[in-house]
Design a protein around this ligand. Structure first.
Ligand code: HEC
Ligand code: HEC
Ligand code: HEC
Ligand code: HEC
Length: 129
């Protein structure tokens, strides 16, 4: 017969091993390109909730990655960078707009083109929370 303590030890070991197993298994699954589902931009004027998945997925608006991630050579999700990597929050010009202007121009520019989604004057439809 096993003592209570021996059983406990065996049980604890089994739990440990299954955790190790799960971690190793996860490490060998080919990594899907990481894409955000929804993003929240914190702005004093009101936070903006951006539904990344709906904008990008075929069952949503089906917009291709490069229409927004204009730095990409091809639709390679892993290469997509945050806009602020290149668009400075404080400084910009007509050609390379500062971060806030880059967002406004891209978001509202496309909405105006599609005649769908919040346009430039509809601040409160984006800055909601
Ligand atoms: C409608 C515009 C739009 C489309 C389409 C889009 N994205 Fe994005 N994506 C964004 C915005 C905006 C961000 C937030 C960038 C930031 O935080 O500065 C973002 C963030 C990301 C990030 C995180 C980058 C980081 O380092 O913070 C990845 C990865 C990404 N997108 C991949 C993709 C992939 C892959 C596709 C296509 C399947 C795609 N995106 C389609 C607008 C878009
Ligand atoms: C790797 C650097 C880099 C990243 C990342 C980047 N940009 Fe840019 N962006 C530039 C440069 C350089 C220009 C000016 C030349 C050009 O148009 O490519 C520019 C120009 C722009 C313009 C003005 C031209 C136009 O098309 O109207 C907008 C708007 C813009 N970016 C928005 C964004 C947004 C939004 C993101 C994030 C989803 C982003 N950019 C990510 C480098 C970058
Ligand atoms: C390349 C085109 C494109 C870009 C860039 C784009 N959108 Fe949109 N957006 C759309 C389309 C198309 C719709 C669909 C509207 C509809 O079907 O009524 C939409 C709808 C929306 C809506 C209303 C519905 C919803 O999903 O909540 C919001 C809010 C929105 N977009 C926010 C943003 C923000 C914030 C950005 C920039 C970070 C952005 N969009 C960039 C094309 C775009
Ligand atoms: C299509 C969605 C959308 C609309 C419409 C919109 N914004 Fe924004 N706004 C954003 C996003 C996305 C950001 C970027 C947040 C960040 O920098 O993290 C932003 C950033 C800002 C910022 C901080 C950055 C900066 O440029 O100083 C202010 C202030 C702002 N918006 C005010 C406004 C006002 C005022 C209006 C209406 C005239 C407006 N926004 C309309 C999406 C929108």
């Amino acid at each position: 017969m096993f003592t209570k303590n021996e059983l406990r030890l065996a049980y604890a070991l089994a739990v440990c091993l299954s955790i190790v197993g799960a971690i190793s298994y996860a490490a060998f699954i080919p990594e899907a390109p990481e894409q955000p589902l929804r993003l929240m931009f914190k702005v004093a004027a009101g936070n903006v909730l951006f539904d990344h998945k709906t904008h990008e997925s075929v069952s949503g608006y089906g917009i291709s990655c490069r229409d927004c991630h204009h730095e990409l050579e091809e639709d390679d999700g892993e290469e997509a960078q945050a806009c602020g990597e290149c668009h400075d929050p404080a400084e910009g010009d007509e050609e390379v707009p500062k971060r806030g202007d880059a967002f406004h121009r891209q978001c509202t520019g496309c909405h105006e083109e599609f005649e769908a989604g919040p346009t430039e004057s509809e601040c409160a439809k984006c800055h909601v929370i």
